[in-house]
Structures are given as structure tokens and as C-alpha cells.
Design a protein around this ligand. Structure first.
Ligand code: PHE
Length: 450
């Protein structure tokens, strides 16, 4: 353990911070619309299978690597595999964090605007097409979305600059329980609406005729993104976990919490969508266009819309904190900057790219690099290339390069004999995960058509 290194102070702090990273726009904004576009219940079952089979083992692997390394992702690989090229995995992680944070903060900026609109009751009396216009007008603007992006990044920076225990952990311990309470309130509202049954059936009744190979692969990608895997976040957070903590139970609790929140988000959204006769497959606009429409037709809609957008802001914030921390830990440990300087430099860098991502829905809409807008380029290279490739390398590292004994001593505890669960875990890490991730990756980049 590095002397005087900041870290999480309690078990609840570990779970709250890691669940804070995992639970984000991926659960509340992305999961419902991806599920909606891929037919509902059957997609959900496949998603759950991936979480169990690949998500939990990969999270456990990342936390173990991080805790063994006691450093940022780059430093960790340098330390665990000196004189090799494995540190490039860490470099990819830091790069992915930078790119994801850029487009993530653009969308998070939208959530701030929508919270503002909800508070000032700006959805009231608007027709669906007016709400659609509201969304496109806003996102295609220059100043307002850019400013919200920067405000959001500033909020993220203020938490990160305060440190791991006094910033990240402290806020996660306050915000995560709050998020949980809000989503339960929203769920109670949703299931007591007339006509809620149809929405719940859509979510839970599997119709396998709607399941194609594209949906299966989407489910895998969604599960990685949602659990914050394949890019060093869980390596970084793992490095702050105390040696006494049981990583198996941390990784499992965080994955269960993440999946539960995705389900609860679905339960909050689909009954309302069906009760008001709206199509469930309305894509990325589901939360920003469809829901304001639902809220204003629903009794008590004002309060519920404020709560909902507040929920989105919290969810986005605890995730962006973890992304910024990956970059900041790299700057402080490798470039020897103070935490304050590191945060400012990262803020400035991500700020520029975040604004460029935000302008991609407006003035830079027609500016294309390699056929993508800046927003889509960042999203595509990070989600479809960096995450799967780094995720693959991480399991290969733990399965084939790292000593089995070292893996066991992190996963099970020092000197504890291998049990059945550990053997299954190793089999997944060595064989199943590399194969499955390769498949998704090749499909995502179009080298293999399933
Ligand atoms: N897991 C977060 C979400 O669901 C996004 C994220 C991805 C955060 C990767 C950190 C790292 O929104």
C-alpha cells in the first residue's frame, strides 16, 4: 500500500461510490430506450444473463487488479507487469475516460436544462410536437447547451477535487440513497396509473420472436457500459478499496444494485408510456421528449417531473465523477500534479471536448470526421472500440498473464484455498469472456455479421 494514499473509508462507502459510477445515464436514459427498441422482456432476460455471466466476473477482475496495483490504471499495469506493454491497457482506459466524459457531460448538460424546465413548469400545456421542437431547439443551440455542459463538469470537478474520501465517497453516500428513494417514489406513481399493466408486461413478459442477434449484442454492450467496465474506472476505484474488503461481495452488490436500478427505471417509465398511449420504441428522445409529455398528462405530474430530472442529474453526476477520477488519478500519480491542478487541467481539456460534443447537435452538425459528428465519433470510438478491446485485454491479463495465485489472493483473500466459485470464475475469465467480447467487438466494427 502506498503510504498516505487517499481511499474509501467504509464498506458502505465502497459500494455507494462504485454503484454511483455504475448507475448513471446508462440505466435511466439508455437502458429503457434500448430495451424499448429491442422488443422488451426478452432483451431484459438476455441482459440479465450477461450481467451474471460476464459483468460480475469482469467487475471483480477490474477491482482485483486495481487493489493489487494501488495505483491509477496506467501505473497499476506498470507495477503488476513491469517491462511489458500491458501499461497500454491503462493508457486506453485513461483515453476512454476522457472521451466518454466529453460526450457524457454533453448529455448530462441536457439533464440540467430539463431539471430547470421541470422546476419552472415549462412543459405545461405543450403538445407532443411542441415538446419535440423544444428538445431539438434546445440541443441545436450554441450557448445554452454549452454552458450547461460546463456547469455540469464544474459540479463534477468540485467533488473530485475534494478527494476520494472527503469528495467522492462523501457525496456518493448522500446521493445514492437519495436516488434510490426517488426512483421508488416514481415507481409507486407509475404502477398505480390506470393501464400500468401493459407497460409492466412489455418489460417482463419475454417475447422471443422479437429477439435477433443484434439485440443480443446490444445487450452485451449495454451491460458493460452500464457496469462501467472495460476502461479503468473499476480499476481506479478498486485501488481505493481496503485490503480487508471482500471484493467478491462488493462486485456482486454493485452489479445487483445497477441491474435493480435499470429495472426500476423501466418500471417507472413503461407503465406511464403505455398508459398514455405512446410508442415504447421512441429512441434516445424517450426520456427528454416522451416523458415530459407523459408527466403533464399525469396527476401530480409537476412534482414527478422535477423528481425525475433531479434523479437523472444525480445519476449522471456520480458516474461522471468516476470518469474524471480516472483522469485525475493518472495526472496526480504519473505527472505529479497536485489534485487541484490535475482537476483543473482535466476540466479544461474535457471542457473543450465536451462543448464540441454539445455543439455536434447544433452548429457542428454537419462537421464530420471519418463520417461521424464529434459526439458520435467519441461515443463510437470509446463504446465500440476502446471499451471492448480494453475489456478483452483485462480478462486476458487476469486469465493468462497474472499469476493464478495472485488473482486468488485478491478475489478470495490471502492464503485462502480455491473453491468451486473461484474455479468457475477463472474458467469464465480465461475462456468464455475473451470469446464473447471478441464476438461483440468484431460485430460492432462490422468485421463479422451475425
Ligand atoms: N456506467 C455509467 C452509466 O451507466 C457510465 C459509465 C461508463 C461510467 C463507463 C463510467 C465508466 O451511465
Amino acid at each position: 500500500m502506498q503510504q498516505g494514499r487517499d481511499g474509501f473509508s467504509s464498506r458502505f462507502g465502497v459500494i455507494a461510490a462504485a454503484a454511483g459510477s455504475a448507475i448513471g445515464l446508462g440505466n435511466i436514459w439508455r437502458f429503457p430506450y434500448v430495451l424499448g427498441e429491442n422488443g422488451g422482456g426478452a432483451f431484459f432476460l438476455v441482459y440479465m444473463a450477461f450481467i451474471l455471466l460476464l459483468g460480475i466476473p469482469l467487475m471483480l477482475t477490474e477491482m482485483s487488479i486495481g487493489r493489487a496495483g494501488q495505483r491509477n490504471p496506467y501505473g497499476t499495469f506498470r507495477f503488476l507487469a513491469p517491462k511489458t506493454k500491458w501499461y497500454l491497457v491503462g493508457v486506453m482506459g485513461v483515453a476512454a475516460a476522457f472521451l466518454i466524459l466529453s460526450f457524457y457531460s454533453a448529455v448530462a448538460g441536457w439533464t440540467l436544462q430539463y431539471l430547470y424546465d421541470a422546476i419552472f413548469n415549462n412543459f405545461a400545456g405543450k403538445s407532443s410536437s411542441e415538446l419535440f421542437g423544444m428538445f431539438t431547439n434546445f440541443t441545436s443551440g450554441v450557448y445554452t447547451p454549452s454552458i450547461w455542459t460546463l456547469v455540469f463538469l464544474m459540479m463534477t470537478g468540485l467533488v473530485v477535487v475534494a478527494g476520494v474520501e472527503k469528495g467522492i465517497e462523501k457525496y456518493a453516500k448522500i446521493l445514492m440513497p437519495m436516488l434510490f428513494v426517488i426512483i421508488i417514489i416514481l415507481d409507486i406513481r407509475a404502477i398505480t396509473l390506470d393501464g400500468a399493466k401493459e407497460g409492466l408486461e412489455f418489460l417482463f413478459k419475454p417475447d422471443f420472436s422479437k429477439l435477433d442477434s443484434k439485440a443480443v449484442l446490444e445487450a452485451l454492450g449495454q451491460s458493460f457500459f452500464s457496469l462501467s467496465l472495460g476502461m479503468g474506472t473499476m480499476i481506479t476505484y478498486g485501488s481505493y478499496i481496503n485490503k480487508k474488503e471482500k471484493l467478491f461481495s462488493s462486485a456482486t452488490s454493485v452489479s445487483i444494485a445497477d441491474t435493480l436500478i435499470a429495472v426500476l427505471a423501466g418500471v417507472a417509465i413503461f407503465p406511464a408510456v403505455f398508459a398514455f398511449g405512446i410508442e415504447p420504441d421512441s429512441g434516445p428522445g424517450l426520456v427528454f421528449i416522451t416523458l415530459p409529455n407523459v408527466f403533464q398528462q399525469m396527476p401530480g405530474g409537476y412534482v414527478f417531473s422535477v423528481l425525475f430530472f433531479f434523479l437523472l442529474v444525480i445519476a449522471a453526476l456520480t458516474s461522471s465523477i468516476s470518469l474524471l477520477e480516472v483522469v485525475v488519478s493518472y495526472f496526480t500519480e504519473e505527472l505529479k500534479l497536485t489534485r487541484a491542478k490535475a482537476t483543473i487541467v482535466a476540466f479544461a481539456g474535457v471542457g473543450v471536448f465536451g462543448v464540441l460534443c454539445s455543439l455536434s447537435s447544433g452548429p457542428l452538425k454537419d462537421f464530420h470526421l471519418l463520417g461521424f459528428t464529434i459526439f458520435d465519433l467519441f461515443d463510437y470510438t470509446s463504446s465500440n472500440i476502446l471499451l471492448p478491446v480494453a475489456g478483452l485485454l483485462i480478462v486476458l491479463f487476469a486469465g493468462w498473464k497474472w499469476k493464478r495465485m495472485s488473482v486468488a489472493s485478491e478475489v478470495l483473500g490471502e492464503g485462502i484455498k480455491e473453491n468451486m466459485l473461484f474455479k468457475i470464475f477463472m474458467f469464465i475469465i480465461k475462456f468464455i469472456a475473451p470469446f464473447a467480447i471478441t464476438l461483440v467487438f468484431l460485430n460492432a466494427v462490422g468485421l463479422l455479421k451475425l
